[in-house]
Design a protein around this ligand. Structure first.
Ligand SMILES: N[C@@H](CCC(=O)N[C@@H](CS)C(=O)NCC(=O)O)C(=O)O
Length: 214
């Protein structure tokens, strides 16, 4: 099984966390490597990552990759539980991807554009969006250890990198104590800590300038 991924990429980390949490063996095709990049381009013209290749099948999209791992390489942790718990895990996975990761990326990637092409309105909207979702998540996470309750799931795989970088781009206000505590807790999970540590040498890639903290 091969994973095309980059250690500093948030969606790559989402899948790496699932792999590390279940100690699932795989070949890491690090996209710092030119050959890995060429192989990725041949597999997926959009060149988005991560991409998993398993027994000749190419699996795209981080959430689907984690579902594939659960079906074909199950481990002790069930990332998508049965029943209603599974619905909560999938729902929060979508919320972290669409409503935390997407506005975070909007803020983070804007400085890479040439000055006349920057989108100040879009960035302001993204910041307002994060303010709203931070408040919603703070209430939703009250009394929960992990994103959906007592079990570490797909939702935590998505939450960890999205909140990690979102807090750098647009700090979670101190009044959202549940959300800030959850972010600290999920970053301390061994599989998340490993992914964050592996990306430590790449912090200079952060377009806004990485703060001197996790
Ligand atoms: N929906 C995709 C998003 C993947 C994605 O946007 N990955 C980023 C890295 S974190 C990427 O490929 N960026 C390269 C680019 O935009 O060209 C998933 O869940 O896998």
């Amino acid at each position: 099984m091969k994973l095309y991924a980059h250690p500093f990429s948030s969606y790559s980390q989402k899948v790496l966390i699932a792999l590390y949490a279940n100690a699932t063996p795989f070949d890491y095709c690090n996209l710092e490597d030119r050959t890995a990049n060429a192989e990725l381009a041949a597999l997926w013209p959009l060149k988005r990552f991560p991409v998993l290749v398993d027994s000749g099948r190419t699996i795209l999209e981080s959430s689907t990759i984690i579902e594939h791992l659960q079906l074909h390489h199950p481990g002790l942790l069930r990332m998508i539980p049965e029943g209603d718990a599974g619905i909560e895990a999938r729902m929060l996975d979508r919320i972290f991807d669409n409503h935390v990761m997407t506005p975070m990326q909007k803020i983070v990637l804007d400085p890479l554009r040439a000055a006349p092409d920057r989108d100040a309105h879009g960035v302001a909207d993204a910041r307002a969006f994060l303010d709203s979702i931070y408040a919603w998540l703070d209430a939703r996470l009250a009394g929960r250890t992990w994103a959906t309750g007592d079990a570490f799931t797909l939702a935590d795989c998505a939450a960890a990198p999205s909140l990690f970088y979102a807090d750098w781009a647009h700090e979670i206000p101190h009044r959202h104590a549940n959300l800030r505590a959850y972010r600290a807790r999920v970053l301390a999970h061994p599989s998340v800590a490993r992914a964050v540590d592996e990306a430590r040498p790449d912090r200079s890639y952060f377009p806004l300038g990485a703060p001197d903290r996790d």
